[in-house]
Design a protein around this ligand. Sequence first.
Ligand code: ADP
Ligand code: MN
Length: 181
Amino acid sequence: GKSAATPRRKPNVLITGTPGTGKSSLAERVAAAVEGFKRIDVSQLAKEQDMLEEFDEELDTHVIDEDKVLDHMEEHGLGGDAGGVVVDYHGCDLFPERWFDLVVVLTCDNAVLYDRLQARGYSDKKIRGNVECEIFQTLVEEARDSYEESIVKVCASDTIDDMEENEKAIVEFVGAWKSSV
Ligand code: ADP
Ligand code: MN
């Protein structure tokens, strides 16, 4: 249930947002900054573990096999009471709500995002699709629809200063965590 106290010893953090907003960079920093924290980059995991479904021509990307990915994640840290996992993915409504204690949605200026995606070598069509996703605040809405309002934090990720600030906020959240057991 939404307000049930979690027995997790450490919190689990989800970092979500449009591709290119800086999820993996931030997750890496958080995992490096907090002793014993583990990270799961869901797209990378799906690729490494061969948990991809068909190529989606429209989205110009592989679709992940959600059932397999979720099972794997449950077995590798999200299912237990230990916590201490930082997950990043450009979606958030596929995960069980109970997995996360903090959901950070990164947002980015459209022009800045455009440049980052172009630097990645994405096609014009794919860049447009992702910038549109950002313009419509798709992930902000998805996070608010999927998680309790009080745990969703929307954070700008335009500059390195923003990234440092976001890292600090997450590290502070983790440091202040009190397990309910
Ligand atoms: P995502 O995982 O959300 O797709 P990445 O973490 O891979 O995004 O970041 C995409 C690119 O943007 C990388 O080159 C990264 O260094 C850069 N970047 C990410 N966040 C920021 C930020 N807050 N300020 C400046 N550059 C950033
Ligand atoms: Mn990433």
